[in-house]
Ligand binder design. Structure first.
Ligand code: SF4
Ligand code: SF4
Length: 273
């Protein structure tokens, strides 16, 4: 059986998702025996041209040139898999989508006329068809390995979509929302991190993005009951996955001046401690 020909492509990003491949360390040697890593700028200057069996794409689309490039990659690749928060949700750089693009350019660059960037930072799914998405900032190595194994086995890659709470409960973590009154985003955030933050007794801040069907309004009301202002609740949703539709809409909802939601009960002094 011929080896899978794999490419890893970088767009607007910090490179952290690509690093998850390199962080596989010893397993990387096994991987290199089983797949042909044809194009991976961060790992090698020996760059092979397409076609590829699988292209992993990291980063968001931020320039007109990047739109052309991702379309070209789609044409050259049997499967395209988006990895990371930038690739699946626009990333932290999508915070610029909420402001004035021209004003940012003028504030940052001495000669903004030379900068050719798009008004919005967007995920790849806005531009091409994707075969799978691996969420997280950065994605979890366990999920990455599972995806590589699925691809090598020729089966449809599996990405779990449940909330962090389920993983948290299975691990037996004490709930920081209930026990400490911390504004934990776990109930509306997709799993994959191993409930790392609650395990460390801190609240989840949503770096794996929205879980399908999460009730962001109810959780916001719970945060209101904990004493957070609508502005603070807006900022909870407007962070790493601010441009993913569910968190985008939730942040807009809490930005509205017309909110009249009743807070869900807050913790009383000494209660649940
Ligand atoms: S998702 Fe996070 S780790 Fe990956 S490139 Fe974007 S900012 Fe970096
Ligand atoms: S700590 Fe957060 S993620 Fe864990 S069960 Fe409580 S609300 Fe859910």
């Amino acid at each position: 059986m011929s080896k899978l020909r794999i490419a890893v492509h970088k767009f607007a990003s910090c490179d952290g998702c690509q690093l998850q491949f390199l962080n596989l360390e010893q397993e990387l040697l096994t991987l290199a025996e089983r797949v042909d890593i044809a194009h991976f700028i961060e790992a090698s200057s020996d760059l092979g041209e397409g076609p590829y069996d699988v292209s992993f794409v990291e980063g968001s689309v931020s320039t007109p040139e990047e739109i052309k490039r991702i379309r070209q990659i789609r044409q050259q690749s049997r499967q395209v898999i988006a990895i990371g928060a930038c690739a699946t949700g626009g990333g932290i750089q999508a915070l610029r989508n909420w402001g004035q693009h021209e004003a940012f350019l003028k504030a940052v660059y001495a000669s903004p006329e030379y900068i050719d960037s798009l008004e919005h930072s967007t995920p790849f799914s806005d531009h091409i068809r994707l075969d799978a998405e691996l969420w997280g900032c950065p994605p979890d190595q366990g999920q990455l390995k599972r995806m590589l194994a699925d691809l090598m086995a020729g089966v449809t890659p599996f990405v779990p979509g449940e909330s962090v709470c389920l993983q948290c409960k299975r691990q037996g973590n004490v709930c920081v929302l209930v026990a400490k009154g911390e504004p934990c985003l776990g109930p509306v955030t997709r799993t994959g991190c191993g409930a790392l933050c609650p395990y460390q007794e801190r609240d989840c801040y949503g770096c794996f993005g929205p879980q399908a069907g999460g009730n962001t309004t109810a959780l916001g009301r719970r945060f209101l009951g904990l004493g957070l202002s609508p502005e603070a609740i807006k900022h909870r949703y407007r962070f790493i996955y601010n441009w993913a539709p569910a968190f985008r809409e939730a942040s807009q909802e809490w930005e509205s001046k017309d909110i009249t939601y009743t807070p869900l009960p807050s913790k009383k002094e000494g209660e649940w401690s």
